[in-house]
Write a protein that binds this ligand. Structure first.
Ligand SMILES: Nc1ncnc2c1ncn2[C@@H]1O[C@H](COP(=O)(O)OP(=O)(O)OP(=O)(O)O)[C@@H](O)[C@H]1O
Ligand SMILES: [Mg+2]
Length: 467
């Protein structure tokens, strides 16, 4: 390189501009600055830059607007966006609109220099090959995807990237990490969004029904087939076919699916006519499919077809930064539904949520908040509104003392009663919110002397549960 690569830094905050300029100059880049999007556009028209680094939150032109303009007028310039708001929508939107990358504040300077170096290399690469990446212009639908941890921001970026194409995506992650939500986000952000997102839970379809579910059947093809029925794959045509728990597909099911993926067409049961289906396949599994392949329980050739892009959703305990934002999000969702809206968490409750390991991941967190809201008698969610398993993991003995004037059992009784009250005595819902079976609920009610009135007196009867 004879001359240093040039970068245009766009930020409306002077201190940021200085900080970024210093870091990049120090790394050997020639840096120009612009105080807003308008100035950036005029500078970009006057000179050629190897890359642009822009803040997102600016007026009157936001970083995304700037991205839009630049992608149209000079698509060869890689643009890296920078934002303090770990907003998912922005991350997805930025990548979809063709940003080269996306960095969150506070800026890690090594990461910044690394990203800008790569951006400049990319610029030279496309100049060499005359490749012109196309801008993708559709607006995304609002997806309620929350997360600001580095790991999730990476996931969101990937969602934005893969949504443009019809590449098969395999989403793996523990139970409750948001696999289905991510699959929907990919669909909603894709050009297929106007078509259907058909989700099939592979563990729920028995082998005997798989064929007619997937492929449909024609009238009279078997006893009970009174009408022509289109299969799920046909229903999804033009859209997305989501295979949930694909690892649970039987070997016969795997073979049938593989054939569809290879041939791109199906035959309804009872018919010889091939029907073209244009579906995008997204599969999810809570178990690692590669392990199932090793164990001889999943076809390697099918795995190969499914995981063109693999997206691994990290468990919640590996991204603790997301806990408070998710908790707030669910509180807003459920807190409003109460007569006296529940609006915030007590400090101790917040801390307990942050310290718990969340084996059930986001789904468990959502459940805990929903349940706590149902229990809460004040506008502020207190420690005592949280379930015992979350409480048990709170760090300090002092905090535990605060919540345990009696024993955990007393607490449990209290929670069951409050929950019953808040559901107006709906036992089904109470049991669900408490995360117990209806039978267990009845047993507890019995234990508290709140079961159905009995015909015989039970004063002498020993507690069958032994408490
Ligand atoms: N990042 C997120 N932002 C907001 N809500 C989320 C997020 N991740 C998960 N959720 C919510 O958590 C719940 C569980 O998510 P989802 O059903 O997508 O998980 P899953 O990985 O498919 O779980 P399972 O393996 O149990 O099927 C849903 O209600 C979903 O809306
Ligand atoms: Mg799921």
């Amino acid at each position: 390189m004879t001359h240093p690569a040039s970068i245009l830094v766009v930020d409306d905050d002077q201190r940021n501009r200085e900080m970024l300029t210093e870091a990049l100059s120090h790394a050997g880049f020639a840096v120009e600055v612009a105080c807003d999007g308008v100035e950036a556009l005029s500078k970009a028209n006057e000179a050629t830059y190897d890359a642009v680094l822009s803040d997102v939150r600016m007026t009157p032109l936001s970083g995304l607007d700037l991205l839009d303009f630049l992608r149209k007028s000079m698509p060869e310039i890689p643009i890296v966006l920078l934002t303090a708001f770990g907003s998912v929508d922005t991350a997805i939107q930025a990548m979809k609109q063709g940003a080269y990358n996306y960095i969150t504040k506070p800026v890690n300077l090594d990461e910044l220099v690394f990203t800008m170096t790569r951006a400049v290399e990319y610029r030279r690469l496309i100049e060499d090959t005359h490749m012109r990446p196309r801008a993708f212009r559709e607006r995304p639908r609002a997806a309620a995807l929350i997360g600001q941890s580095k790991k999730m921001v990476e996931v969101f970026k990937l969602v934005g990237r893969v949504s443009r194409s019809r590449t098969a995506v395999l989403i793996q992650g523990e139970s409750g990490t948001g696999k289905e939500l991510i699959a929907r986000a990919i669909h909603d952000n894709s050009p297929r969004a106007a078509h259907r997102f058909v989700a099939v839970n592979c563990s729920a379809i028995p082998d005997s029904l798989l064929e007619s579910e997937f492929f449909g059947h024609i009238k009279g093809s078997f006893t009970g087939a009174h009408l022509l029925r289109r299969g799920l794959l046909e229903e999804a045509s033009g859209g997305t076919f989501f295979l949930d728990e694909v690892g649970d597909l039987s070997s016969a099911g795997q073979a049938k699916l593989l054939r569809v993926l290879q041939e791109g067409e199906i035959r309804r049961i009872g018919s010889n006519e091939a029907v073209q289906v244009d579906v995008r396949i997204i599969a999810a599994s809570r178990r690692t499919l590669a392990d199932l392949v090793t164990a001889g329980r999943f076809r390697e050739d099918l795995l190969y077809r499914l995981n063109t892009v693999m997206l691994l959703l990290p468990p919640l305990r590996e991204r603790p930064e997301d806990i408070p934002v998710l908790a707030e999000f669910f509180l807003a969702r459920y807190g409003d539904q109460k007569e006296v809206p529940v609006t915030s968490f007590s400090t101790a409750a917040r801390r307990a949520l942050a310290e718990y390991a969340w084996p059930g991941n986001v789904r468990e967190l959502e459940h805990v908040v929903e349940r706590a809201v149902a229990l809460a008698s004040h506008a502020i969610l207190a420690l005592e509104d949280l379930p015992p398993e979350v409480l048990q993991s709170t760090g300090s003995a002092a905090e535990r003392a605060e919540i345990l004037p009696g024993t955990l059992k007393a607490l449990q009784r209290d929670q069951v009663l409050k929950m019953l009250e808040s559901t107006q005595g709906n036992k089904e819902r109470t049991a669900r919110l408490l995360g117990i079976s209806r039978r267990t609920l009845y047993r507890l009610l019995d234990r508290y002397g709140l079961g159905k009135p009995r015909l015989t007196t039970n004063v002498d009867v020993a507690d069958p549960t032994g408490s």
